[in-house]
Design a protein around this ligand. Structure first.
Ligand SMILES: [Zn+2]
Ligand SMILES: [Zn+2]
Length: 422
């Protein structure tokens, strides 16, 4: 029997994995510069943590969650996104009692049962930030500028920011009434999913990928005509803040993001480098979520960045993450009896932060040299009976072919000098 990765999952091999690590590293670095602290939430949560906030009519909850019962029959779900767990933790750990805002970031695996296709896996990574406890429009600006700067840092300078205001419950009330009327008249022409959405959360019809539905929705009323003065003022301040940081944006009044919890500012970033219209990151404000989850009324804003898609963009653009690092020293033994000695020397080299390796497959002398070549090492240390009897080893510099004897007790210091170990 041959085992394979489960459908929709994949192995991330070298060098792609280096892109992922690089994005994690650069994100952590930048998030800390912006004053965020890391949080790690469990891989799975009580299912309600996601159904309540993301919404039953969303694609994520209705089609894409990995939900299962544990041995005690409790319904658990692998996290499909990062915000709901952070909010659950914010309330559970009473962070609202600390000086606000609380600024948190996460780097995590997420799981969604999506139709497998290029660039979409059922397990994927996201990094994201959340600012909890402020309504200041400049917090929205901070989150947006953070992702734009992160992309610059990663070498992706060509980004497009789409932004919209989804308003608050006040301005949505009249809008939803009119939207539902509009949809009901056309319900026979809308797909089955959209008819379900009309009942659960009509805003979710804008997530529909059905071309027919999209065409009908092009004429629907838009929220911007209903926005209340407070939401309008907030949105204008966000846009002004973006301008003052020279961040260009494009208004998109159909942008509603696929989560129920968003209010006021929502945004997405795309890049022409990805080809498709898929966003590489998205976020927004969620001013009711904490209260809805049983916490005190707390305003909040956040963003999530798709690590795999971002890595794809970097690979398409041939952006190199970490410089390639080869092993410095390879130890070769004249015969197998000397392997143990080699392993002791190897241990000392590594203990001194000199990257080094040896053969474990009983290769011939020639085979060991070939391996050293393949690894592109700079130095080869050769252990032979005769030399060791004189307390010496041979050192070969691969580039020049130069070979010399050095005292066994001096090997580490000699190599440290050669390699310039910090
Ligand atoms: Zn409003
Ligand atoms: Zn539809």
């Amino acid at each position: 029997m041959k085992f394979q990765t489960p459908r929709g999952t994949r192995d991330i091999l070298y060098p792609e994995v280096e892109y992922k690590n690089y994005i994690f590293e650069k994100s952590r670095e930048l998030f800390k510069i912006y004053g965020f602290k890391e949080i790690v939430t469990p891989t799975f949560e009580q299912t309600e943590v996601f159904t309540k906030g993301i919404g039953e009519a969303s694609d994520i909850v209705s089609k894409e969650m990995y939900t299962f019962k544990d041995r005690k029959g409790r319904s658990l779900t692998l996290k499909p996104e990062g915000t709901a767990p952070v909010v659950r933790s914010f309330i559970q750990n009473k962070m609202y009692g600390k000086p606000l805002p609380i600024k948190l970031f996460y780097c995590s695996q997420m799981f969604r049962y999506e139709r497998p296709q290029a660039g979409r896996s059922r397990e994927f990574s996201q990094v994201g930030v959340e600012i909890l406890g402020t309504i200041d429009p400049l917090a929205d600006v901070e989150v947006i500028s953070l992702v734009i700067n992160l992309y610059k840092e990663l070498g992706i300078t060509q980004t497009k920011l789409f932004i919209n205001s989804m308003g608050c419950r006040n301005c949505r009330r009249d809008y939803l009434k009119d939207l539902v009327n509009f949809l009901k008249i056309r319900s026979k022409k809308l797909c089955k999913d959209c008819n379900f959405r009309i009942k659960k959360n009509p805003l979710r019809v804008f997530d529909c990928k059905n071309e027919n539905c999209k065409q009908i929705l092009a004429d629907s009323p838009t929220l911007k005509d209903y926005i209340c003065s407070e939401c309008k003022e907030h949105f204008e301040k966000v846009l002004k803040g973006l301008k003052s940081l020279n961040i260009s944006y494009q208004l998109n009044d159909r942008l509603v993001r696929g989560f129920d919890y968003y209010t006021k500012t929502v945004f997405e970033v795309t890049t022409p480098e990805l080809g498709a219209q898929d966003a590489i990151c998205g976020g927004g404000r969620y001013d009711y979520l904490i209260e809805d989850y049983g916490g005190p009324p707390t305003f909040a804003v956040g963003v999530a960045i798709g690590v795999d898609r971002t890595a794809n963009v970097m690979m398409n653009m041939s952006i190199k993450p970490f410089p390639e690092k080869n092993i410095e020293v390879f130890i070769i033994t004249i015969n197998d009896e000397l392997k143990e000695k080699a392993s002791i020397l190897l241990d000392k080299l590594r203990g001194n932060k000199i990257s080094s390796d040896m053969d474990y497959c009983n290769r011939s002398l020639k085979g060991q040299f070939r391996m050293a070549d393949r690894l592109k090492v700079k130095y080869v240390l050769i252990l032979g009976e005769k030399e060791l009897a004189d307390n010496k080893v041979s050192l070969k510099e691969m580039e020049t072919g130069q070979q010399l004897h050095i005292n066994y007790d001096n090997v580490i210091n000699y190599m440290k000098d050669k390699i310039n170990v910090r």
